[in-house]
Design a protein around this ligand. Sequence first.
Ligand SMILES: [Zn+2]
Length: 410
Amino acid sequence: MNKEKSTRRIMLNLRTLGKYTATPGNGCTRLPFTEDAYDAKEFIRFLMCDAGLKAHDDGAGNLFGVKKGKNPDLPCIMMGSHYDSVINGGNYDGIAGVVCALEVARILNEEGIELEQDFVVAAFNDEEGMRFGTGYFGSKVMLGQITPEECEKFADKDGITVAQAMKEWGLDHTKLPEYKWDLDKIGKFIEVHIEQGPVLDAQKIELGLVECIVGIQRYMVTVNGRADHAGTTPMDMRLDAVDISTKVVSKLADMARAKNDGTVATSGFFRAVPCAMNVVSGKVEFSMDIRSQNNDNIDDIVNNIKKLLDEECSKCGASYEIEQKLHITPCYLDQDMLARLEEAAKAKGYSYKRMLSGAGHDALAIGQLLPTVMVFVPSKDGRSHCPVEHTENEDFTKAVDIVIDMLKTL
Ligand SMILES: [Zn+2]
């Protein structure tokens, strides 16, 4: 392949797509079912047609472009990512994976590489869940995991439901079940994505081959103590919710560190009630977000936290509740495709590293059901979901290069 030409095309497409934002000059804000998202989708349709693909919408805001294979009855190879963004995000998260998939299709055409299977470029809608609190909406529609009822339930900050937002695009949420793909028709899924973390950039490694997208469990814990006078209540007669909670929360990060296998745990939300200087706290709410490639590690940390809560609460007669907010099991990616990508990286002399993804992606939803692989490219200083998000255009070309080499061997 002509790497210079590919790099220029990738750069130009990314720059153009970066202009479809509600916050020009302050990063990319492309929320699902907005005008900017619509325009970006239509530009991607133009790029698909220009690359000789047959483009079609699915009625949920997803866009697919098909390059016919020699044997279209075989399950297809799908490659893509999402075209929505967070608020004031960067110009690479998601959309770069769509642009790379388009570039792969172009190179297949230019070099006359004919695959047995159909090659499908996918541009998924609403992966981030930023507007409606959904997440993986487009890929889940393809997998048949979103119901019309959910579209009536989830709403944005102005109270507009997914169903209403879809209507503004002329789409009918009651038809969603029809947009599920026959999963036997998708043989493999490939996603190129920026790392969104600091590892590749810090270690000066060109490509990341993702072996596992970590499992996530999220909880909200409420500790019920008793609000009392801060001066007159003796220490042994208090039900101090902050005292209890901090004793427990302070152990969370160390529990993850002790696993020593990339497990991470975060308590990013902590609120005391009534939150006053001269009042013993009657209630504390805190969150826990625990991620690991090993589901047992997550369960273990949660159980140990519960044990600590039991101990600390029973000392003074306080109580607690713990509510699970999210439960995703780790997703192990396809070993066969990983090995082929690894061979390709070696042959081309690119430095690479097998690694975990601590963030969720369309590949997480799809990889639970279908053979899936992810390639990471370095994020400068690990920054992402912010306007300074940056990846060198050449790095995308390297990812495209090894994907092409892998496709030739499939
Ligand atoms: Zn993304």
